[in-house]
Design a protein around this ligand. Structure first.
Ligand code: ZN
Length: 203
C-alpha cells in the first residue's frame, strides 16, 4: 500500500505557513513504513527538534483505479478516518529553501498514524465532516471538510492520473490551521465529530 498526502488544501493553513495557494493539488507520498502500529507511541526522531502535528481526514481506497472520473470517484472509497501527518518542520523548511524534495521531513517511520475508520454511510456528505485534534486535553486544531480547496472526489481524480490507486491505499486530505510542535509525553487525540478515533502518545 501507499500513502498519498495533500499539501495546502485549507486556505487558513496555507496562510499560517506563509505559502501560496496552488491551483493544482500539491501531492507527496509516504511509504508503508510511515504507518504507526496501533497503540505504539510516536518517537520523536533524532534529526528534528520541531515535529509538527497536522490532523487530517483520511480516505481508504477500496479498489484499483486509474484515470478515475470525478463523478465516479465516490465509488472508490467506503471508509473515512483520521490521521496525523507528522512533519519535521525544521527539516522541511531547510529542504524547501534548497528546492529539494520533502520526503526526509514527511515520510519517515511512524509519520502517518491513522485511527479507526468509519463507514461513509454514517455521513450526510463527505464535504461536511467536522474534525479536531486535542493535545493534552486542549483542542489545538479543528476543521471541516467543507473548507477544502480541492474536494475529496477531485483529489482522487487528480491523483489517479498519475498513480494507480489500489485497495488499501490511504489519502491524507490536508490539514486545517493550528499546526504546532509536539514534545515528549504529549497525548494527541483525534476526533471526527465527537467520536475519538485515534490516540497517539509522543515519546
Ligand atoms: Zn499534511
Amino acid at each position: 500500500m501507499k500513502i498519498i498526502c495533500i499539501g495546502r488544501n485549507y486556505a487558513a493553513h496555507v496562510l499560517e505557513l506563509k505559502n501560496e495557494i496552488s491551483e493544482e493539488p500539491i501531492i507527496f507520498l509516504k511509504p508503508e513504513t510511515a504507518q504507526l502500529q496501533p497503540r505504539m507511541p510516536f518517537f520523536i526522531p533524532d534529526f528534528s527538534t520541531q515535529i509538527h502535528h497536522e490532523v487530517e481526514v483520511v480516505i481508504k481506497i477500496n479498489k484499483t483505479g486509474k484515470h478515475i472520473q470525478e463523478k465516479f470517484a465516490h465509488t472508490y472509497y467506503d471508509e473515512i478516518g483520521i490521521g496525523i501527518d507528522f512533519t519535521a518542520r525544521d527539516k522541511q523548511s531547510f529542504l524547501k529553501s534548497k528546492g529539494l524534495p520533502w520526503e526526509l521531513a514527511k515520510a519517515f517511520d511512524g509519520s502517518a498514524p491513522t485511527g479507526k475508520f468509519l463507514n461513509k454511510s454514517s455521513f450526510d456528505s463527505i464535504q461536511n465532516i467536522s474534525f479536531h485534534l486535542d493535545k493534552n486535553g486542549v483542542t489545538v486544531q479543528q476543521g471541516n471538510t467543507s473548507a477544502m480547496i480541492h474536494s475529496v472526489d477531485k483529489l482522487i481524480s487528480f491523483i489517479s492520473e498519475y498513480f494507480t490507486l489500489k485497495k488499501g491505499d490511504l489519502i491524507f486530505t490536508g490539514t486545517p490551521e493550528g499546526v504546532g510542535t509536539v514534545k515528549a509525553d504529549d497525548i494527541l487525540e483525534a476526533y471526527i465529530g465527537n467520536e475519538k478515533l485515534l490516540t497517539v502518545k509522543v515519546k
